[in-house]
Design a protein around this ligand. Sequence first.
Ligand SMILES: [Fe+2]
Length: 320
Amino acid sequence: MSVLGIDEITYGADDLPACRRFFLDWGLALVQEAADRLVFETLNGCRVIVAASGHPDLPPAIEAGPTLREVVWGVESDADLALYAGRIAALPGFMHSHGRIGCTDPNGLAVRLQVTQKRKVDVRGAACNTWDRKDRIDQASPAYERARPIEVGHVVFFVRDVQACERFYVDHLGFAASDRYPGRGAFLRCAPDGGHHDIFLLQRPARDAGLNHVAFTVRDIHEVFGGGMHISRCGWDTQLGPGRHPISSAYFWYFRNPAGALVEYYADEDQLTARWQPREFEPGPTVFAEWAIDGGIDGHTRRQKGASASDGKFITDKRH
Ligand SMILES: [Fe+2]
């Protein structure tokens, strides 16, 4: 028995028209719409809900302004759900209704579990040719005009107490630690077998609670670049990226999100098993990003922001 991944997230936000535009540009499908609530889906049916921040169904916010108000994790069966209910029944904010159970995590966030509603999807990433493995034969590597995110792969929160939060997710939901900034940060995955992290908890010196980012899984590195350049062409602002994380090995591109904090396209994270030993890191710029482009790539010029594109047919053509 293990938690399978993120099934649904809900933002509380103020500018719903901007959020509507943003998530459609981001590549999600809008499946329900009301004046005070938008429901989007990724390719595999993971739901992203944006509700007006005063919506009566929203759990309390962990910070001021637009932010994530609830994370719903998927499990395999009703039997699993009943077992988890037993584990969290004594915790603050316990609830059980409409096929969901939940409680409040030590950071004040509403955490829910449900039998997963996500679908299996046949999504193929590009094969890579390396020196020793030629997996792409007689086939060009793809270039994407825009991204179609597969699912919400991980969420990242600023937390008041990283140890209390790690204990909550490990002891009650069965998560496993992947890597740590000792006393400062914990990368956790839902189960011993899985992607590097489903949640990252970061305790800043101010020990404040908040959302750092929500990350959407895309199929390969090329979709990180193609998706990011489309978002740039749509007029949305890069926070950082594209770039590559040394921890998790993933390629990333972060954008500012009108629904709260940052959003990320990412691909090619490490896959771990029970044999993986958590590592310890000291925080620092080269630990966060092996390399990164500040300000992003301009989707029109396809060069770093502020640089002009080549105006000839070939890169060697002279400008006049
Ligand atoms: Fe991330």
